[in-house]
Design a protein around this ligand. Structure first.
Ligand SMILES: C[S@@+](CC[C@H](N)C(=O)[O-])C[C@H]1O[C@@H](n2cnc3c(N)ncnc32)[C@H](O)[C@@H]1O
Length: 409
């Protein structure tokens, strides 16, 4: 089926020429073709020849994703699938990069104007150093990663992410790429209708896609989006101003923020954790606990743990680790997040691990996760839609910091 979802324009979104738009559309459609046509072919290939060959060689059936991978990597069909996937990914970023480079001076100027038009804060300390697990390579093959700056007030990688991630998700996270933030807001609306956070922190906000729904849902709250990518938060600040939303952004490490103890009532993140590291993730949890007020909530929307799925699905998903510069993708899914949350002080009885899939990983179901109406008409914000569509691919870890009395006891 032809995917006709289009990204909503906004004041700082890079504009594509007809040729650029055609290349971008091709990259998006190529990804769609791989998902809908090549990917399903892996199961019969595995069942009819790879599993049998493995059994013949080892005298036993493949047991886990590593066994499956060791057989599949030798298979021509899998090689073809994996190579196509990688090429589609590289094409996607390249198709956007050309367009961002062409208009970078205008984008920088527009970002300056938009940022100057808002009272919201933008904090980028001159001596800020992002962690090595973010700068050492280009995560998910995105040229320049999240932190590269080659000119003053650079916003290039922010613009690249904004447009590129729409193509990456093939539009299934909505016209503003904001399905994850909207979904967590909807989760709160349904399950904690009386919860009215005074201050909200979005960790690893990139360009603020998921941050802005919180301002719409909690208009009186003071909201901060933080990220280690300075050009991303610079872009995020301008983008939010373009939407007329007063949201503060800062270049800050979620492992060690500069906020005072107990400052926030709600700390959220959306697909941050799997892009950190085994050492950083516990520190992010500990920092969330520190900056939360008693009774405050921490919600991380990210990848479901591997033990919730069969080995073949694990193998398919783990291809991101091997071929898409996502080194922590698989390892993160093997970690016990509930135990981690408990270790940093969250009370087990207050920790909830919901299998609450929403959008992206299983593209067919993702459309159900986002309001079709909202996808077609940005002006029509439907806050009853977009709550973790069944069959989607994300889950949320929800933890509540104990109330003051319990903390004192
Ligand atoms: C996949 S993106 C998140 C997308 C974003 N939350 C959204 O919903 O649109 C991951 C982000 O986490 C950021 N990041 C990684 N480690 C971080 C850390 N320790 N502190 C803050 N941000 C971090 C990266 O720079 C990147 O922008």
């Amino acid at each position: 089926m032809l995917n006709t979802f289009q990204q909503a324009s906004h004041q700082i979104l890079p504009q594509a020429t007809a040729d650029e738009a055609a290349r971008q559309e091709f990259a998006k459609s190529f990804k769609g073709f791989i998902q809908s046509t090549l990917l399903p072919g892996l199961t019969p290939v595995y069942n009819t020849r790879v599993a049998k060959a493995f059994e013949k060689e080892h005298g036993r059936a493949p047991q886990d994703r590593r066994d499956i991978r060791s057989g599949m990597v030798k298979d021509f069909y899998f090689q073809h699938y994996a190579a196509s996937n990688r090429i589609a990914q590289e094409l996607l970023w390249e198709s956007v990069n050309v367009s961002v480079d062409r208009q970078l001076p205008e984008l920088i100027e527009r970002a300056r104007e938009l940022s100057a038009s808002t009272k919201a804060k933008l904090v980028i300390p001159e001596d800020f150093v992002p962690p090595r697990y973010v700068t050492a390579f280009d995560i998910h093959c995105m040229p320049g990663g999240y932190c590269s700056e080659v000119t003053k007030d650079d916003v290039a990688v922010g613009a690249l992410y904004d447009r590129g991630v729409f193509l990456y998700s093939m539009g299934y996270t909505g016209p503003n790429n904001d399905d994850m933030g909207r979904s967590v807001c909807n989760y709160l609306r349904r399950h904690a209708p009386d919860f009215k956070p005074r201050r909200i922190l979005d960790m690893g906000c990139t360009v603020g896609h998921s941050t802005l729904p919180y301002k719409e849902y909690f208009p009186d709250a003071e909201i901060w989006g933080i990220d280690v990518g300075a050009p991303c938060v610079r872009y995020a600040h301008a983008r939010a101003a373009g939407f007329g939303l007063e949201v503060n952004f800062a270049a800050m490490n979620a492992e060690e923020t500069t906020f005072e103890d107990g400052y926030f009532d709600l700390v959220v993140s959306h697909i941050l954790l799997h892009e950190t590291s085994g050492k950083a993730m516990p520190r992010v949890f500990a920092e969330a606990h520190r900056v939360l007020a008693p009774g405050g909530m921490m919600i991380h929307a990210d990848l479901p743990p591997f033990d919730l799925m069969d080995p073949f699905t694990q193998f398919i998903l783990d291809n991101e680790t091997w071929y898409n510069n996502e080194p922590f993708w698989g390892a993160m899914r093997d970690m016990d997040q509930i135990a981690l949350a408990e270790k940093v002080g969250f009370d087990r009885s207050a920790v909830k691990f919901d299998t609450a899939p929403m959008a992206v990983m299983e593209f067919a179901a993702a459309a159900e996760g986002y309001s079709q109406q909202a996808a077609e008409d940005v002006a029509e914000r439907d806050f009853t839609a977009g709550e973790f569509a069944p069959g989607g691919g994300w889950e949320v870890l929800i933890a509540r910091k104990a109330e003051a009395a319990a903390l004192a006891a």
